[in-house]
Design a binder for this molecule. Structure first.
Ligand SMILES: C[S@@+](CC[C@H](N)C(=O)[O-])C[C@H]1O[C@@H](n2cnc3c(N)ncnc32)[C@H](O)[C@@H]1O
Length: 441
């Protein structure tokens, strides 16, 4: 890896440290990365993500021997990028020491060794949760929750959250006849893929090729979408020609997947509180050839009569809820530093409000689908339990009933009740999905 990549990655990290600008936005604002070599761009993304994900652990090690505390944000950013590269064995000790010498004050020779070994972390005595948080570079509010929820598997779960995420595509069956046909088309454009294990439409991309420069992308043959999100659409399972109200459509990843499942029949009404995100969906609809999606901004405390009327006939109401995003930290490493315990409590309150709103709109026999990319029971099972206590007319539809026992078994929880995906087990983002039905009177 060349030194220029470390420098660019450090710029991306500095943009987050100084302005809380996401790596995606920071990279988009750097012309040299927008137009440059896709391999270099991918290397910058990986290097900056690794630095942001490992930030807490790196700062702990660097603050002592290397005196990180005295560095300004740009030097700190470069130190984090170099430190993450040393940890991942991408930067040899001698080279690392030379790179660090370029930073103000340099770094003592033992620094690279300390980053590679457990010595400093192991020598520090602290409570179990704090030690776990530091070792895995986690925020303090998350570590005790992960330990109590995942027990002996906690190390594996959080290690998977620090690994690079796969690049996954959803085959757009409105534009191509099959996943295999898309794989062949991409192969001809120099992009190799492999079929994903669980979602029938998902392909994993090999290598760093520029997907968005392909003719297949321009003609809408695929969307970039994690396998877990594709499974949420599969579990929503709209009936043929059915109507779906997507209450948190954002820029429409799941709305477009549902539109394709409906084979351009029926209707998906994509709503969100955020107008800008819905505008992005409009562009994506045109490229994907999805003619069965309509868009409406839906303020949190208002219900325009056309939306209420649609809801009264909807077969499915989907809540792809705002959440901690803990299941997708691999893709947004900075997100682990953007929330605290109060933020989590406020997200749970929003989730309850959205669930109550959907429950009130649900007609008898229709299904409410609740999804989060959170790993935490507080945002998942506990929200559903609380909803059912408030709305006893709702019954759970088991994932095994929707997909069949054999397909559901590897991706559902132990009882086949909820979709329960984890990066360490399934390789996709962590996702939870519950399906509820309003009993007929
Ligand atoms: C997880 S994202 C949705 C992602 C989207 N469904 C997709 O598949 O690309 C959650 C969305 O909920 C929206 N949101 C936040 N609070 C909301 C609320 N009170 N009512 C409706 N939508 C809300 C956010 O604007 C955001 O777009």
């Amino acid at each position: 890896m060349n030194a220029q990549v470390w420098q660019w990655a450090a710029e991306v990290v500095a943009a987050w440290l100084l302005q809380r600008r996401s790596p995606r936005d920071a990279m988009a604002a750097m012309p040299v990365l927008r137009t440059g070599d896709p391999g270099e761009r991918a290397a910058v993304a990986r290097a900056s993500s690794a630095a942001l994900a490992a930030m807490r652990r790196l700062e702990f090690v660097l603050a002592g021997p290397a005196g990180l505390g005295h560095w300004r944000a740009r030097e700190r950013a470069l130190a984090l990028v170099l430190g993450a590269a040393v940890e991942r064995d991408e930067l040899l000790a001698d080279a690392a020491t030379r790179q660090f010498e370029m930073l103000d004050g340099g770094a003592p020779p033992e620094f690279a060794r300390l980053l590679r070994t457990d010595e400093l972390l192991a020598a520090t005595r602290d409570g179990e949760a704090r030690t776990f948080a530091r070792r895995h570079s986690l925020p303090d509010w998350f570590a005790p929750r992960a330990l109590s929820q995942f027990g002996s598997e906690a190390d594996a779960v959080v290690a998977a959250l620090a690994a690079p995420a796969p690049r996954t595509l959803r085959t757009n069956l409105l534009r191509v006849p099959s996943r295999q046909a898309l794989a062949v088309e991409l192969q001809q454009e120099g992009v190799a893929t492999t079929a994903a294990k669980y979602a029938a439409t998902a392909l994993h991309v090999q290598g760093d090729g520029d997907l968005f420069a392909t003719a297949a992308y321009r003609r809408g043959a695929f969307e970039q979408q994690d396998e877990a999100s594709q499974l949420v659409a599969a579990v929503t399972a709209p009936p043929k020609g059915g109507k779906v109200l997507d209450l948190c459509a954002g820029s429409g990843g799941k709305a477009l997947a549902l539109a394709a499942l409906l084979q351009n029949r029926g209707l998906v009404l994509a709503t969100d509180v955020h107008r800008g995100r819905l505008e992005a969906l409009r562009e994506r609809m045109a490229r994907a050839g999805a003619d069965n999606v309509q868009i409406a901004v839906l303020p949190e405390h208002d219900l325009p009569p056309p939306v209420a009327a649609f809801a009264g006939h909807a077969d499915r109401i989907l809540i792809d809820a705002p959440c901690s995003g803990t299941g997708s930290w691999r893709r947004r490493p900075e997100a682990r530093w953007s929330l605290d315990g109060d933020g989590l409590a406020s997200l749970c309150a929003t989730q309850d409000r959205l669930l109550d709103r959907a429950a009130a709109l649900l007609r008898p026999g229709a299904r409410l689908v609740y999804a989060t990319c959170s790993l935490l029971a507080e945002e998942n099972e506990q929200r559903i339990e609380a909803l059912r206590a408030r709305s006893p007319e709702l019954e759970v539809v088991r994932i095994a009933e929707i997909l069949g026992a054999a397909i559901a078994a590897p991706i559902a929880d132990a009882t086949g009740t909820f979709l329960s995906l984890r990066p360490d087990r399934h390789g996709c983002d962590g996702f939870f999905t519950a399906v509820l039905r309003r009993r007929r009177p």
